[in-house]
Design a protein around this ligand. Structure first.
Ligand code: ATP
Ligand code: MG
Length: 429
């Protein structure tokens, strides 16, 4: 027996029952983003590999071990399936000179790819909504992005998502802290795991981000970056917190929040739920003022965040937010050659009037077609046999409302009659 083909491990099909939740989620997200003046940008899924190495940093989980990279067999170019969206967004900003004349508020939604160990809430193909703003220097945009999160949880009917924030300061402040941190870690080198040892001199800050339980206590007592911040960085951080307090948004300052990517500075934040087990971060972001210049653009301050769609959809499902079942308004039943031809005309005519129509396909007896009509959840069946077709008529039968008699109508009266019935039953509710 030949082996059946399966999807790639960690890359999931999203079947209709689930995909309806996704559409509901996407509708909510798009109107929420419009409410804050964000505009869509659509970016390629494949980018040149050096883009991610330069943007994300060589000594990061993503670049070291999670990227799907390959050589284009036709021209030898090194390419990578995007593991995140910010790098490509900044690349596009520079390439099209978008920030030259005005600030930009942009968003995108789509697949990302990381070669991780698949588990609940962690996949190899997953989806993010990414939100990026370019050209804003003050703490106001950082705070606004955080307020956006709070509003979206509300729009989605979610609660219990907690906010953590931190400031990573500026590169010079980080350098000073880094020296102190390395000296501290050197004193504990005997308990460091392999990964931490490897990062000791390349990216010691990331050691604090470790998930290894054996290192937690040591990390908790490590020199804190926040103690190395100068007046300006502290004022920026305080500015963000002030706006959050004014808006009544609860938050915790977590000095160990350093984020997985190299490009952040000043404000970083994460929204975390305890309802998804270990993979509880649903939204993460912060400021990355150096990245545009680092990728060859003019210095442009920037701030952004990304949300994990799988994790948020799981939360929405758990909270019981059902998408409305998309039942058709009308199911068209037909038998006989003339009837079938008329049925197509009727179906299109009803759709012209804005009705959702399922046209029966695949033949079968009236009885079996009526069963399908019932099962579809449609409010009405339109029934056409060759007798009706000969006179340009059809039977209209209500499948849901009580006491509405079946009636024979001219086909061009169908839409109006159906719409009238729908208005009547709306009024009764
Ligand atoms: P983690 O520490 O959980 O690996 P991360 O720091 O790598 O997260 P980001 O790069 O900040 O994650 O991505 C933003 C969001 O995208 C995460 O908070 C999460 O909701 C989601 N996300 C990241 N990786 C995955 C994945 N492999 N599968 C599903 N969602 C993911
Ligand atoms: Mg990760």
């Amino acid at each position: 027996m030949s082996q059946t083909l399966q999807s790639v491990r960690g890359m999931n099909d999203i079947l209709p029952d689930e995909a309806e939740f996704w559409e509901l989620f996407e509708d909510t997200v798009r109107s929420w983003l419009k409410g804050y003046g964000y505009r869509p940008i659509r970016l390629p899924i494949v980018e040149p590999t050096p883009l991610f190495k330069r943007a994300i940093g060589e000594v990061t989980d993503i670049v070291e071990k999670e990227m799907y990279s390959f050589e284009d067999s036709l021209n030898g170019e090194q390419l990578t399936l995007r593991p995140e969206g910010t790098a490509g967004c900044v690349r596009a900003l520079i390439q099209h000179n978008l920030a030259a004349r005005q600030n930009q508020r942009l968003y995108y939604l789509g697949q990302m790819f990381r070669h991780e160990r698949p588990q609940k809430g962690r996949y190899r193909q997953f989806h993010q909504v990414g939100v990026e703003a370019f050209g804003f220097t003050g703490p106001d945009i950082d705070a606004e992005m955080i307020l956006m999160g709070a509003r979206l949880w509300d729009d989605l009917g979610l609660d219990g998502i907690a906010l953590q924030i931190n400031s990573l300061g500026q590169p010079a402040e980080r350098a000073e802290h880094r020296a102190a941190l390395i000296a501290y870690l050197e004193k504990h080198v005997d308990i460091l795991d392999e990964e931490a040892k490897r990062r000791l001199y390349t990216n010691p800050l990331r050691i604090l981000d470790t998930k290894n339980p054996a290192l937690q206590e040591m990390c908790a007592a490590a020199p804190r970056l926040i103690d190395y911040l100068g007046a300006e960085s502290l004022a920026h951080f305080e500015g963000v917190q002030q706006i959050l307090r004014d808006a009544g948004i609860a938050f915790t300052v977590n000095p160990r929040l350093v984020r997985g990517l190299d490009y952040y500075n000043l404000t970083v934040f994460e929204w975390v739920t305890d309802k998804l087990g270990a993979q509880g971060t649903v939204c993460a972001g912060g400021r990355y003022d150096g990245l545009v210049e680092q990728l060859g653009g003019k210095p442009t301050p920037a701030c952004g965040f990304a949300m994990g769609v799988e994790r948020l959809v799981a939360l929405v499902r758990e909270a019981g937010g059902e998408p409305a079942a998309p039942a058709p308004d009308v199911y068209v039943v037909h038998q006989g050659e003339a009837a079938s031809r008329l049925a197509f005309r009727v179906g299109e005519g009803l759709r012209d009037q804005g009705l959702n129509v399922l046209l029966h396909c695949g033949g079968g007896s009236f009885k079996s077609q009526m069963k399908k009509a019932d099962g579809s959840g449609a409010a009405f069946a339109v029934i056409i046999g060759d007798d009706e077709a000969a006179t340009g008529e059809a039977q209209l039968k209500s499948l849901r409302a009580e006491g509405v008699a079946q009636q024979k109508l001219k086909v061009d009266e169908l839409a109006e009659t159906i719409i009238d019935h729908m208005i009547d039953s709306d009024e009764e509710e």
